[in-house]
Structures are given as structure tokens and as C-alpha cells.
Design a protein around this ligand. Structure first.
Ligand code: PYR
Length: 357
């Protein structure tokens, strides 16, 4: 009898222990994500969905991320503020959209004449980029992570051909980031407009030109119907989107869920680069076959020379005005110099040798 009582007691303890363990193992953490993109937005929206699904599966359901598109939260360019304030735990957007609030956020998307995607990822993860990004975002109660790369972007859709530098004067163009500053120096009027309003802005002539991404995303937006000139890019060689995370939301997560979230963000970001490459290749060929009226153009050499000069002058000014800007720009320039040598001897030499065959 005593033995049986002891066994019953032991099994009761075992049941209690295992149910406590199961209870804590199954505690569900619910996070809310606000994205700049509209509902079911391809490629960018696919990235947040993939991230949330991965996080949920890897955590066996303990991490649940609800995604609100811009249709729901109505503030496509308000993601920084909403995540900073804790209204949302996570955001998906682009760092250069915040240049009006915190100028040094500008440098973590892409820079005109800057690194290409492989170089920039190497800089982020192995060349000090993540640490510099933390210096900029930390004081704002935010963590920032790479959120998906588009690769080299097209220079945009123009209603009129750009023949000389003078054609840039007074040009109303939607273009975010440092490229906007560069064009402003040459007399253009750059503005940033969220993707959901781009078509209407161009159609109603609120703007004369716009750049969005590249054929993978641009074609379904229909810009070719209202602006026939499609220029090649100089301004965004490796646009990296961004996952923003509110610091308290991050700190509330147990260490394993933080790691799961980190991995889900990193992998979904890399997947976006692949997905956008695929979509651009597909749509480039569709474009050539089905829309022969699109005029693919390069900006004339003297226009490019003026843009380059304005860019370099502005970079110098930025570095002079702010020590942290200088630190970031010096880090990027040094990394680019080193990494580009390798890109030229590897990728470029390879591509050139193929072209010659
Ligand atoms: C843009 O806003 O232009 C991007 O490429 C994300």
C-alpha cells in the first residue's frame, strides 16, 4: 500500500511538472507588424508574410505575428513613429524614408554610386554596418535589421526625355533617399510618395517622373501607360528594406524567440532578393515582348557627370556637418573600395568574358 501511495504521489508530481513545463513552453507571444505596403503587395508584402510564417513554424506556434498593411493602419510613411511609440512591435519599411526625422537613417537603404547587394550585405554583417545602424536607431528605442534587397533599381519612369542637365530643372520627381538630395542640388523638386499613391500622382501630373523599383514590381503598377521613358539606374544600386523592432517588444521575448525572429527576418530578407531577381527577369522579358513602346534609356553622359559631381559634393557636406554621418560614410567608402576590387575581378571580369564570346 505504501508503495502504491508513493507511486501515485510520484506520478502526480510528474504530471504537474510536465504540465508546468508544457505551459511555459507554450506561452504564446503575439506581435503586431505594420508595413508600408498595401494589402497583398507583391514581393515586399510576400517578405513579411514569409517572415511571420517562418517565425510561427520555427517557434511551434509560440511566436505569432499579425501583419497590418497600409490599408489597415493608414500611415504608410508613419511606420517609424508607430514602432518607436510601441503602437506596433515590428515595422517593415525602408530606412531612407526617415531622413526628414533622423537624417542619419538615410544611409542604411542604398547610396547612389554605392555598393551593390552582395557588397552591402557583406558591409552590414561583416564590415560594421549593423553596429553603425544600431548607433543611429538605438537612441530612438528601435532595433533595425536588413529587410530584403531589390538589387540594382531602374532609374525611373519619365514623361519626357532627359537630354541635358537643364531638363532636370524644375522636374517634379518622386525619388526617396540621397538621390533625391542630389537631384534637388541640380534644380529638381524631389518628393517621397508612398507606393499606393504613385500611379495617381503621375497620372494627374502632380509629378513628372518617378522611380519605384524595377520591372519585377513596376510593370503591374502600370507606369508604362503614362510615362514611356524607362531609364536605367544610378541612384539605388542595392535598396535594402528594413525590419524595425521596438526595443521593449524585443526585450519581452525569451532568448530563443529573439533568435527565431532574428533568423526569420534575415532569411526572409535574403529570399526577397532572390524573389525580386526572379520577378525582374520574368517581367523584363514580358516587357520586351508585350510593351515594345517602352523606351529603355540611359541618361546622357554629361547628365551623369553632373549628377556624380553633385553627389560627391553633397557627401562631403554631409560628412562635414555631422560626426556620425562622417563615421558611416567613411565606413561605407572604405568598404566599397576594398569590396569593389574583388567584384571587378570576379563578377565583372566573368560577365565581360561572357559578353565577348
Ligand atoms: C522606393 O521607395 O523607391 C523603394 O525602392 C523601396
Amino acid at each position: 500500500r505504501t508503495v502504491r501511495n508513493a507511486l501515485v504521489a510520484a506520478s502526480t508530481v510528474a504530471v504537474l511538472l510536465s504540465s508546468t513545463a508544457a505551459y511555459s513552453a507554450e506561452k504564446v507571444y503575439r506581435l503586431k507588424l505594420a508595413e508600408t505596403w498595401g494589402a497583398n503587395f507583391p514581393i515586399f508584402g510576400d517578405t513579411t508574410k514569409a517572415m511571420a510564417e517562418m517565425a510561427e513554424k520555427m517557434s511551434n506556434g509560440r511566436l505569432q505575428i499579425r501583419i497590418d498593411s497600409a490599408n489597415k493602419h493608414k500611415a504608410p510613411l508613419g511606420v517609424f513613429d508607430m514602432v518607436k511609440a510601441g503602437q506596433y512591435d515590428i515595422g517593415h519599411s525602408a530606412s531612407y524614408y526617415w531622413k526628414g526625422k533622423v537624417p542619419n537613417t538615410l544611409y542604411f537603404s542604398t547610396m547612389p554610386f554605392g555598393m551593390v547587394a552582395a557588397e552591402q550585405y557583406a558591409w552590414f554583417y561583416h564590415g560594421g554596418g549593423m553596429e553603425l545602424m544600431e548607433k543611429v536607431y538605438g537612441p530612438h528605442n528601435l532595433l533595425s535589421f536588413p529587410g530584403g534587397n531589390t538589387g540594382v533599381q531602374m532609374g525611373g519612369w519619365f514623361q519626357k526625355e532627359i537630354k541635358t542637365v537643364d531638363d532636370l530643372k524644375g522636374l517634379k520627381i518622386r525619388i526617396p533617399g540621397f538621390a533625391g538630395e542630389v537631384l534637388a542640388k541640380l534644380g529638381a523638386s524631389p518628393t517621397n510618395i508612398a507606393p499606393g499613391e504613385l500611379y495617381t500622382a503621375l497620372e494627374r501630373r502632380t509629378i513628372d517622373a518617378l522611380e519605384w523599383v524595377g520591372p519585377g514590381l513596376d510593370l503591374r503598377m502600370g507606369f508604362h501607360k503614362i510615362a514611356p521613358y524607362y531609364y536605367t539606374g544610378w541612384h539605388e544600386p542595392a535598396t535594402e528594406l528594413q525590419f524595425l523592432v521596438n526595443k521593449q517588444s524585443w526585450e519581452r521575448l525569451p532568448a530563443d524567440l529573439q533568435e527565431i525572429l532574428r533568423v526569420a527576418m534575415r532569411l526572409s530578407a535574403y529570399d526577397m532578393y532572390i524573389l525580386n531577381t526572379h520577378a525582374s527577369a520574368e517581367n523584363w522579358s514580358t516587357m520586351k515582348e508585350e510593351y515594345p513602346n517602352i523606351k529603355v534609356m540611359n541618361f546622357p553622359d554629361d547628365v551623369m557627370a553632373a549628377i556624380r559631381q553633385a553627389n560627391d559634393e553633397l557627401l562631403e557636406e554631409q560628412a562635414k556637418n555631422d560626426p556620425l554621418a562622417k563615421e558611416i560614410l567613411d565606413s561605407q567608402a572604405a568598404y566599397l573600395e576594398k569590396a569593389r576590387e574583388w567584384t571587378l575581378i570576379a563578377d565583372k571580369a566573368y560577365l565581360d568574358s561572357q559578353a565577348e564570346q
